[in-house]
Design a protein around this ligand. Structure first.
Ligand code: HEM
Length: 510
C-alpha cells in the first residue's frame, strides 16, 4: 500500500498498528488543491520551521512541539505524515521496524535543511552521499580506532577540570548556585575537540575573547539554527542581504581562514623529510594527521577542499552534539538524585583518590553508563534525521513509499514510543542492564542512528561523556532548579528554549 493511497485520516492496518494519513480530514487527494488545503498551505508556509521541527516558530518557542509529537506517536505508533513548509510532505517514523528499513539503505540526506550547513562545513561526511561519501568514510574510519581514541582521554579530562575549576570559583561565596550548563559545557567540548582532533590549545574556556576561531564556530552553530527557524532566511538572496547573512559570511570567513592555516602549516611540516616518522612516533596521532595521511587504494589523498570540509564538519559535529548530551544528562541526574548518588558511589570505587579519569576506568562504569544511556534515550542530542528516498521502499508490513519521498526518522519519538518502552517517560537506567538490553528491538535505542550512515564519532562521544560526567559527579552534587525548568526544542541538536539550569553544590573533599 502506498502512503498516498490512504483515504482516511487514520488507517488501521490489519496487522500492524496505525499510520497517520497525509491528507487532513475532508480532503481526499494530495494532488488537488482544495480551499482547506490552500489555507493549510498558507498557514504551514508561515509556520514552517525545519524538517525535524515541523511546527510554527511560536509553537517551538512555547516548547509545544515535542508534546505534540508524543501525542501523535501514541495515536500513530508507526508513523505519521507531515507537511513541511506547505511544499513538501514527509513521513515521520516512530517505530524501530520502519527505522530499521530506512537506516539499512543509503539514501541521501534531505537537502531541505542540510543545505544551510554547506557554506560553512562544505560537503564533508555528514552531507556527502554515494561513492564519494563511501571513499571518505573509509578514509576516516581509522581516525576513530581504539588506539587513536585512547590518548584523547587525558586531554578531555584536563578540559573538564578547567570547567570544574571555573564552577568552583563561581561557588566561592555560596553553598549552592544555579548554573546554565549548556554554555559552559559547549566551551569545554570545543576546547576538547580542538585539543584532541587538531592538537590546538584554544584556552577558549578561560580566555574566550582572545580566540576568534572558537567564537566564530560558536556563532556559526547559532546562526545556522536561527536560519533554519526563520522562514524568510530560507531564501538565499534575502539571507545573504540580511544582517544575519552578513554575520554568517564573516564568521565563515574567520573559521575558514583558521582551518586553512592549520591545514597548510601541518602540510608544510609533513613535507619536511622525516616528519611522517616523527608523527608516527608522536604521543598520539590527531585527527588532522589521519586526514592528511589518508590515502585510498590508488594512493590518492583528500583534496584541499575536501580536507577543509572534513575539518569543519568534525569541529561542528564533534562538539555541539556532545554538549547537548552532557547537559541533558546533568539535568536528568539532577531530577533523579538516587541514581546520581549510585553513580557517584560507583565512580568513587573506580577512581579512589584520583580526580582525573583514565582510559582504563571507562569500561568499569557500568551503572553510570546505564544512566547515560537512559538520559540519551529521553533526551537524544540529535532528535531526528531525514532522508530523501532514492528508490521506493517497502516496509516489513507491506506498506510502501515511492522514490523521492522524504522520511524523517524521529529518534525522539522512537525513544518514547509506548508500544516499545514501558512507561517511556520514566527515568529507569535498569532498562540498559545487559539482560534487559538483550531483549529489546535492535533499533529501539538509536541516539547515534544505525546502519551505514551511523555516527562515526560515537565511541569518541561516549568516552567524552563518561569522562565529563564522572569528574563532575565526583566534585559536585547536581540538584534540580525547579524555578527554571528546561523547555526542550530541536535546534539542530536538542537544546532548551530557556537554557538548561541546575543547582550546583560543592561536595566535601574526598
Ligand atoms: C552524543 C553525541 C553524538 C550524537 C548523539 C551523534 C549522533 C549522530 C547521528 C544521529 C548521526 C546521523 C546523522 C544523519 O543521519 O543525518 C551522526 C552522524 C555523524 N556524526 Fe555524530 N553524534 C555525536 C557525536 C559525534 C562526534 C563527537 C563526532 C566527531 C568527532 C561526530 C561525527 C559525526 C559525523 C561525521 C557524522 C556523519 C557520518 C556519516 O554520514 O558517515 N558525531 N551523529
Amino acid at each position: 500500500m502506498q502512503l498516498a493511497q490512504l483515504k482516511s485520516p487514520v488507517e488501521q492496518h490489519p496487522d500492524k498498528g496505525t499510520v497517520g494519513c497525509l491528507q487532513s480530514r475532508g480532503e481526499r487527494s494530495i494532488g488537488v488543491i482544495t480551499m482547506t488545503k490552500l489555507v493549510v498551505l498558507i498557514m504551514s508556509y508561515f509556520s514552517f520551521v525545519l524538517i525535524i521541527s515541523p511546527f510554527g516558530k511560536d509553537q517551538v518557542q512555547r516548547g509545544e512541539e515535542f508534546k505534540k509529537f508524543l501525542e501523535w506517536t501514541e495515536k500513530y505508533p508507526i508513523a505519521f505524515p507531515r507537511w513541511f513548509g506547505g511544499f513538501t510532505a514527509g513521513l515521520v517514523i516512530n517505530h524501530p521496524d520502519y527505522a530499521k528499513a530506512v537506516f539499512a539503505r543509503q539514501d541521501p540526506k534531505s537537502m531541505v535543511t542540510y543545505r544551510f550547513f554547506i557554506p560553512w562545513i562544505g560537503k564533508g561526511l555528514l552531507i556527502l552521499h554515494g561513492p564519494k561519501w563511501f571513499q571518505h568514510r573509509r578514509l576516516l574510519t581509522p581516525g576513530f580506532h581504539y588506539d587513536i581514541l585512547k590518548p584523547y582521554v587525558p586531554l578531555i579530562a584536563d578540559s573538564t577540570k578547567v570547567m570544574l575549576d571555573k564552577w568552583e570559583n563561581l561557588l566561592a561565596n555560596d553553598s549552592t548556585k544555579s548554573l546554565e550548563v549548556f554554555e559552559h559545557v559547549s566551551l569545554m567540548t570545543l576546547d576538547s575537540i580542538m585539543k584532541c582532533a587538531f592538537s590546538y590549545q584554544s584556552n577558549c574556556q578561560t580566555q574566550r575573547q582572545l580566540d576568534y576561531y572558537v567564537k566564530a564556530v560558536y556563532d556559526l552553530t547559532n546562526l545556522v539554527s536561527q536560519r533554519i527557524r526563520t522562514l524568510l532566511h530560507r531564501n538565499d538572496l534575502i539571507y545573504w542581504c540580511s544582517s544575519h547573512g552578513r554575520h554568517f559570511r564573516e564568521a565563515c570567513k574567520l573559521a575558514h581562514q583558521h582551518t586553512e592555516q592549520v591545514i597548510q602549516d601541518r602540510r608544510r611540516s609533513l613535507k619536511e623529510e622525516g616528519e611522517l616518522e616523527k608523527i608516527q612516533k608522536k604521543r598520539y596521532l590527531d585527527f588532522l594527521d589521519i586526514l592528511l595521511c589518508a590515502k585510498d587504494e590508488n594512493g590518492a589523498g583528500l583534496s584541499d577542499e575536501d580536507l577543509r570540509a572534513e575539518v569543519d564538519t568534525f569541529m561542528f559535529e564533534g562538539h555541539d552534539t556532545t554538549t547537548s548530551g552532557i547537559s541533558w544528562i546533568l539535568y536528568a541526574l539532577a531530577q533523579n538524585p538516587e541514581h546520581q548518588q549510585r553513580c557517584r558511589e560507583e565512580l568513587k570505587d573506580i577512581l579512589g583518590e584520583r580526580d582525573l579519569v583514565q582510559w582504563e576506568d571507562l569500561g568499569k562504569m557500568t551503572y553510570t553508563t546505564m544512566c547515560i544511556k537512559e538520559a540519551l534515550r529521553l533526551y537524544p542530542p540529535v532528535p531526528g534525521v531525514s532522508r530523501e528516498l532514492s528508490k521506493p521502499i517497502t516496509f516489513c508490513d507491506g506498506r510502501t513509499l515511492p522514490k523521492g519521498s522524504i522520511v524523517i526518522i524521529s529518534i525522539h519519538n522512537i525513544h518514547r514510543n509506548p508500544t516499545i518502552w514501558e512507561e517511556p517517560e520514566m527515568f529507569d537506567p535498569t532498562r540498559f542492564s545487559l539482560e534487559n538490553s538483550s531483549q529489546r528491538h535492535s533499533h529501539a535505542f538509536v541516539p547515534f542512528a544505525a546502519g551505514p550512515r551511523n555516527c562515526i564519532g560515537q565511541q569518541f562521544a561516549m568516552n567524552e561523556i563518561k569522562v565529563v560526567i564522572a569528574q563532575i559527579l565526583l566534585r559536585f552534587e547536581i540538584l534540580p532548579d525547579s524555578a527554571k525548568l528546561p523547555v526542550p526544542i530541536p535546534q539542530v541538536v536538542l537544546k532548551s528554549e530557556n537554557g538548561i539550569h541546575v543547582l550546583l553544590k560543592k561536595l566535601d573533599e574526598r
